[in-house]
Design a protein around this ligand. Structure first.
Ligand code: HSE
Length: 313
């Protein structure tokens, strides 16, 4: 019987300097796979089974699951009916975590279906399907989560055309803390102001431009001054107990910068490889100081994005 499995990695939306504009896919440096898997195989009728450590947090009604919603959008985009398929989602990312959980389910499904059908959708069309599906979960269309999850890398969502990959220094690590908290992206977007004052718009543009320049020029000192979120973090910090403590701890331990991952409650810090273990310990201790347990991983950039698993664990 024909079957295939796709995997999509964890991700960090709003990579500090770029609200709705910068995102990264990440992979633990120990080589383990951290993300969602989706298996599809031929079946008499379309059905979805959810398994894995976070399956119990998914909607009870399979029709509400992003896998089947992505399936429907994919079918609409190709204009060709899909055969009945059995989908098995292994939910490896916690929901409402800020780690691109919904993006990973969407990206794995989109990648799996495109491979199953011999790639009828171009990368741009596949991204459009994935963006539309992800927006059903988050309540707004923004590609900073789903684009890196699908395509890999640290991406700048350009105003026109495909997302652009930014360089990322090989000796830097991305340390990710996943506290035992949940925060829905919809809710975290509701606390944001509808308008920002002119001085903040200027400061934000200045910071984002300098961040991109720092990466292009491999200027670590400049990078450290720009790993900050001026637009969303101030409004969201209060929604995440332990965030400020974790952020302060990471900076004190030598991180170049630390901010909320996506809409939170996840937190990430960028640090040199040799400082990463201390930064990881500080993030965990920061959350624990407010009574919140957190799992911490030292990651690199995942440059592959969603892929068909062949011979991987
Ligand atoms: N850019 C998004 C936000 C990321 O901050 O709301 C979460 O999907």
């Amino acid at each position: 019987m024909r079957r295939l499995t796709a995997f999509a990695p964890a991700g960090i939306g709003n990579f500090a300097a770029g609200f709705d504009v910068l995102g990264a896919a990440v992979a633990p440096e120990d080589g383990s796979l951290w993300g969602d898997r989706l298996e599809i195989c031929e079946a008499a009728e379309t059905r979805l089974t959810c398994t894995g450590p976070y399956a119990h947090r998914l909607p009870d009604n399979p029709a509400d699951n992003l896998v089947l919603r992505t399936r429907d959008l994919f079918e609409e985009a190709t204009g060709r009916p899909l055969p009945p398929l059995a989908f098995t989602l292994t939910k490896g990312l916690p929901v409402c975590s800020g780690l691109g959980s919904s993006a990973a389910s969407v990206a794995a499904t989109a990648r799996a279906l495109n491979a199953w059908c011999d790639d009828p959708l171009s990368p741009a069309d596949l991204l459009a399907v994935a963006g539309c599906a992800e927006s059903l979960a988050s309540g707004a269309l923004h590609l900073d989560n789903v684009a890196p999850c699908l395509l890999g890398g640290l991406l700048l969502i350009a105003p026109q055309g495909p997302p652009r990959a930014l360089p990322f220094p090989a000796d830097l690590r991305i340390v990710v803390a996943s506290p035992e908290l949940e925060l829905a992206t919809r809710k975290a977007r509701q606390v944001l102001p509808k308008h920002v004052p002119l001085h903040l718009a200027v400061e934000h543009a200045q910071n984002l431009a300098a961040f991109v320049l720092a990466l292009q020029a491999d200027d670590e000192a400049l990078l450290a001054t720009t790993l900050r979120d001026l637009v969303a973090e101030p409004w969201r910090a209060g929604l995440v107990p332990g965030f400020r403590e974790a952020q302060r701890g990471a900076l004190d331990a030598g991180a170049l910068g630390a901010s909320l991952s996506g809409a939170g409650p996840g937190v990430f810090a960028v640090a040199r490889q040799e400082k990463a273990p201390a930064v990881a310990a500080a993030l965990e201790a920061g959350f624990l100081s407010t009574g919140v347990a957190a799992a911490v991983r030292i990651c690199r950039l995942d440059t592959r994005g969603a892929r068909i698993l062949e011979g991987e664990p």
